[in-house]
Design a protein around this ligand. Structure first.
Ligand code: PEP
Ligand code: MG
Length: 911
């Protein structure tokens, strides 16, 4: 163990067209580090540097600061000297200083989650060297004050003390601006910047009790430790939990030579995408700022300009800027620096071709030299994800299987959600225009603070600009609106990643946090006022706007067709009404895997008959009430069969405890008593009698049908009659009658007997027949254990993994909300087992049930109809179990289709 620790390589270098690592080493070098290495080896001009591995972060968490710094000291020093050699400088040298940056980099991108420090190496002496070297006093002092500000915030903990407070360094700058009667940072004189440096250092001393570190090496070690610490910071932990990333991954630390975009008008910096991250369109696009540092673009302090001429023209159209004015005052990089643009264009083409995916790149032009700071697979909306994957396939860059694997199934959900009704939009009052940062339609009530995003049911989080601290609120809000920032601002990038509607850079908005108001052209809006955002056009609209179902793009259909080619399992839907059935068919469902008949009984005209049935004391009374329900049920089934047009439809017999159907309020109890001509007391007595200690383990499922066989009879009659009525009209149907919650073979046999004899009676009466199946849910552990015996009689199995999870874990589905969130927070459970199938435990029951069932009946049809049927990792498990189908709610059908295809592709890759 000792020896392994001593000899392991912990620092990987890159730069000068070579590198120790490559892009396959993401787990060790983090995404950013692995990419920098790969790019450097590709000949892309990345500033030289090195990566301290993620393993060192884990070692740091286990062994502490002193031990770990001792382990990496020599390697880091050598690597810094190597950077200096390539750049022709020296770290800490006063006359020819090397300045460096320190950034975090986990194995997956976590935008804005972790900290970065720039300009390390500056101190009171080195700043003079920088002045001399660049011949730019203003730039040198500005870099120095920025460095103290960032280092102070990230490493020394100089943060605002409450949400209403501003950054302590910003406060000092504001004071100086007031004193000097200026508005912009750019109006500071060199003397102002020097004063700021002095005041900043003073503030650090006052708050921390220590001098600001002037030794460049001390600065470096402090920053490295801060990056390691940021992995366990609140923001990062929240982000990790949200995405299910384990703490053991750790973050790498990337140290790189600084290059400067703020060295005058021949310098600049920007962010660009090889394709449109909002729509997926294959157009190179991005934003830049002349004479600025990278964080100016993403932080949204200055609204940046477009890189391409086309993008600039599109922007001008939205901003209603005349062409002449645009070309003069807002030129694209393409027009302003054609040579730099050509070089950038070539690099983006190289990088996309190499990574075979849309790239999100950062670049800096330092005094006429182009540097590429980083590239990564760009975050994108669901719509862009589909278009880019299909386009890359059509362009021959990736094959079909790869295109399918590029899809994050859950993200398809975004495409299926409502958009604004064009008719309602025509009448809408547009109050302002911003940048269409992330498409979609959002209506909600105004809130101004991220931690208040839950104040109303639907909120629009409205900020001057967002920061990583706002992440949780952004996730909770329906839409995000910012007054500042471009298409690559924090708000825009994060919102696109979340698939959340966002408008950024709406300069006309005046936001007052203290009074919680938004003012647009003199009109004031308050917290709680309704507004709507159209993230596709950038329109900000007063009040609520009606929405309609979206039209799916051609690429969506192409992708789905591709998925069906590869998937081995069919996808069915859980639907209780013809309307749901139609939605699901549109999404490609190949049948219904579960119709919960009880939902039909809750409708106003039925609940009365249902209650009468429950309250009846005699079989005769029950039959009478069921007689009233029969025609309604039959009509329901006709509607559903018709909507599914000959596809199989699994209908489950009544399942929930009867207690759920009786009235619990006095007024409704009185009403029922009057209707039934019985006393109120009799109603109350019945309600009390139905009360159970554990209703989920009580009088429900097939226990109802076995104690009140007339219910099963009525339902069977309704199903078979519906099928025969449709047959008479020339419409085919394939009913599959499903018995819920069996635990013993006899329970099933008794229900099967009733079903088959009732069906025979109906056939006889109609003088005609239809094909039908009788199968069972497998949702009680005992049923999974005895699956071989059950399969002798059942035509099919459908795993009810909701109940199976409930009973395998012993967690009541209705009460788990009390402890599950705490279990998840404490890490006692990694995921909610009611959402993601517990393959390790509950999965064994599913496997056993399938194997034992098929031992008896090799062709036994097996499916799943619990909520897990639409969850990608669970769908993959079902594929491995050899199931015939998964069934899920209508809006999850496309997700399940892609997940089923991915499961088949992945299984093929393994073999
Ligand atoms: C199940 O238990 O998984 C199931 C589909 O049935 P329900 O959720 O209606 O109990
Ligand atoms: Mg169930």
């Amino acid at each position: 163990m000792e020896i392994a620790i001593e000899t392991k390589k912990r620092v990987y270098r890159f730069g000068d067209k070579s590198a120790d690592g490559n892009s396959t080493m993401k787990n060790l070098l983090g995404g950013k580090g692995a990419n920098l290495a790969e790019m450097s080896a590709l000949g892309i001009p990345v500033p030289p540097g090195f990566t301290i591995t993620t393993e060192v972060c884990t070692e740091y968490n286990a062994l502490g600061q002193e031990t770990v710094l001792g382990m990496i000291k020599e390697e880091v020093e050598d690597a810094v000297n190597n950077i200096a050699r390539i750049m022709g400088t020296e770290y800490g040298n006063v006359d020819n200083p090397l300045l460096i940056s320190v950034r975090s980099g986990a194995r997956v991108s976590m935008p804005g989650m972790m900290d970065t420090v720039l300009n390390l190496g500056l101190n009171d002496e080195v700043v003079h060297g920088l002045v001399a070297k660049t011949n730019n006093e203003r730039f040198a002092w500005d870099s120095y004050r920025r460095f103290i500000q960032m280092y102070g915030g990230v490493v020394l903990g100089m943060k605002p003390e409450s949400k209403e407070d501003i950054d302590p360094f910003e406060e000092i700058m504001e004071h100086l601006k007031e004193k000097r009667q200026i508005e912009l940072d750019t109006q500071f004189t060199v003397q102002d910047l020097k004063d700021l440096v002095y005041d900043f250092k003073d503030a650090v001393k006052k708050r921390t009790g220590h001098d600001f570190p002037s030794d460049p090496w001390e600065q470096l070690w402090g920053a490295v430790i801060a990056v390691f610490n940021s992995w366990n910071g609140d923001r990062a932990v929240y982000y990790r939990n949200m995405h299910g990333y384990p703490a053991e991954w750790g973050t790498a630390v990337n140290v790189q030579a600084m290059v400067y975009g703020n060295m005058g008008d021949n310098s600049g910096t920007g962010v660009c995408f090889t394709r449109d991250a909002g729509t997926g369109e294959n157009v190179f696009n991005g934003e830049y700022l002349i004479n600025a540092q990278g964080e100016d673009v993403v932080a949204g302090v200055r609204t940046p300009q477009q890189i391409t001429k086309l993008g600039s023209q599109r922007w001008a159209e939205l901003a209603m800027v005349e062409e002449a004015d645009r070309a003069q005052n807002y030129p694209s990089l393409e027009e302003l620096m054609p040579q730099m643009y050509q070089e950038l264009f070539a690099h983006q083409a190289t990088l996309e071709a190499h990574y075979k995916d849309m790239q999100d790149m950062e670049f800096t032009i330092q005094d006429g030299k182009m540097w590429i700071l980083q590239t990564r697979n760009g975050k994108r909306t669901g719509a862009a994800m589909v278009k880019i994957a299909v386009d890359l396939y059509k362009e021959g860059s990736i094959d079909e299987a790869e295109a399918l694997l590029r899809i994050e199934p859950n993200k398809l959900d975004e495409l299926l959600h409502p958009v604004f009704d064009p008719k309602a939009i025509k009448r809408a009052h547009i109050i302002a225009q911003g940048l269409p940062a992330s498409p979609g339609a959002a209506t909600g009530q105004l809130v101004f603070f991220a931690d208040e995003a839950k104040k109303f049911r639907n909120t629009i989080l409205t900020r001057i600009e967002t920061s990583p601290e706002d992440l949780e609120g952004m996730n909770l809000a329906k839409g995000i609106l910012t007054a500042r920032g471009g298409m690559t601002s924090h708000a825009a990038v994060v919102a696109r990643g979340m698939g959340k509607c966002c408008i950024s850079g709406a300069g006309a908005l005046k936001i007052d946090y203290k009074n919680r108001t938004l003012t647009v052209e003199g009109k004031e809006y308050h917290e709680g006022d309704w507004i709507s955002l159209n993230g596709s056009t950038g329109n900000i609209i007063e009040g609520k706007v009606a929405t309609i179902e979206p039209v799916l793009s051609g690429e969506f259909a192409e992708l789905m067709a591709m998925a069906d080619k590869y998937a081995k399992m069919e996808v069915r839907t859980n639907a209780d009404s013809p309307k749901d059935a139609k939605v699901a068919r549109n999404f490609g469902a190949k049948g219904i895997g579960l119709t919960r008949t009880e939902h039909m009984f809750f409708e106003v005209d039925r609940i009365k008959a249902m209650r009468e049935m429950i309250l009846a004391d005699t079989v005769k009374g029950r039959r009478q009430a069921l007689g009233d329900l029969l025609p309604m049920q039959r009509e329901d089934f006709e509607g559903i069969f018709e909507a599914m047009d000959g596809l199989p439809v699994t209908i489950r017999l009544l399942d929930p405890p009867l207690h759920e159907f009786v009235p619990h309020q006095l007024a409704t109890q009185k009403e029922l008593a009057e209707d039934m001509h019985i006393s109120l007391q009799a109603v109350k007595n019945k309600v009390a009698e139905l009360q159970e200690f554990n209703p989920m383990l009580g009088h429900r499922g097939c226990r109802l049908g076995n104690t009140y066989p007339e219910i099963t009879e009525m339902q069977t009659r309704a199903i078979i009659e519906a099928a025969l009525n449709l047959k008479a009209k020339g419409i085919a149907s394939k009913p599959e009658i499903m018995v819920p919650l069996i635990g013993t073979v006899k329970e099933f046999l008794e229900q099967e007997r009733i079903i088959r004899s009732t069906a025979d009676e109906v056939f006889e009466a109609y003088g005609d027949r239809v094909e039908y199946l009788v199968g069972t849910m497998i949702e009680i552990p005992r049923a999974a254990l005895l699956a071989d015996q059950i399969a002798e009689h059942a035509d099919f199995f459908s795993f009810g993994t909701n109940d199976l999870t409930q009973m395998a874990f012993g967690y009541s589905r209705d009460d788990a909300g009390k402890f599950l969130p705490i279990y998840l927070e404490k890490g006692l459970l990694i995921v909610d087992p009611f959402e993601v199938l517990d393959q390790e435990g509950v999965g064994q029951l599913v496997q056993m049930g399938t194997e034992r069932g098929r031992k008896t009946k090799p062709q036994l049809k097996v499916g799943i109809c619990g909520e897990h049927g639409g969850e990608p990792s669970s769908v993959e498990f079902c594929h491995r179990m050899g199931m015939n189908y998964v069934s899920c709610s209508p809006f999850r059908v496309p997700i399940a289709r892609v997940a089923a295809a991915q499961a088949a592709i992945k299984a093929n890759m393994v073999h």
